[in-house]
Ligand binder design. Sequence first.
Ligand code: ATP
Length: 239
Amino acid sequence: MSETLIDVHDLSAGYGGIPVVRNLSISVRAGEVVALLGPNGAGKTTTLLTLSGILQPISGRVDVLGETVSGVKPEKVARRGLSHVAEDRSLFFDLSVKENLRLGLRGDRNERAASMEVALDLFPALAPLVDRRAGLLSGGEQQMLAMARGLASRPRVLLVDEMSLGLAPIIVERMLPIVRRIADETGAGILMVEQHVGLALSVADRGYVLAHGELAMEGTSAELRSNRRLVEESYLGGI
Ligand code: ATP
């Protein structure tokens, strides 16, 4: 079985010492795409922020790539091999596509060139736009750039927060299979927060459903798809 890259046990996390996520245990293995689902305010973003070291856990164990993130600065977690594509995409709008991508690159000159190639290979639509200012890109192109920059450091763990936010469903349908390809081709473990339940489960191996900060359901994508009614009830506060 492949290596466990994210291992969260009994996590409580939140703001100002007040937990908004409680008793959460989740894991992600190398090469897996795992969907983190649940209604607005369920605690999905809070979970990702804790994994990348931006928020400190209140209690519980959070291991990323075999080491704890407690007391570890986000830059150090990133250097270990974690990349976090945030909900706001965090692009530099005045910089070009190429310059934004360069900010994500790591390693020596050859490694940086190879990483740039891999990122542009996964998102060929960006290739003709490399000199354009990021602020002039469409929403879909900006999301591709955020993902490509996240990949430019060749992460072993990729966190993706609401990739589809503000994008037309057709763009989302095009981008989700790329998430699958990233996991298959690079062996990265991907934890993906997504509102489009059906689409997310069409590319994910497994999923967790959060409701009110706690785990309401978990299972393989096939199991969650066949329990679609229960998954949807969790969104309506039924479970
Ligand atoms: P969404 O889809 O709306 O982003 P989510 O599942 O990602 O939902 P979180 O953003 O993790 O949910 O928020 C969980 C809870 O924590 C919400 O009640 C939210 O109001 C609260 N919260 C989020 N950020 C902060 C903050 N900086 N300070 C205090 N409370 C916060």
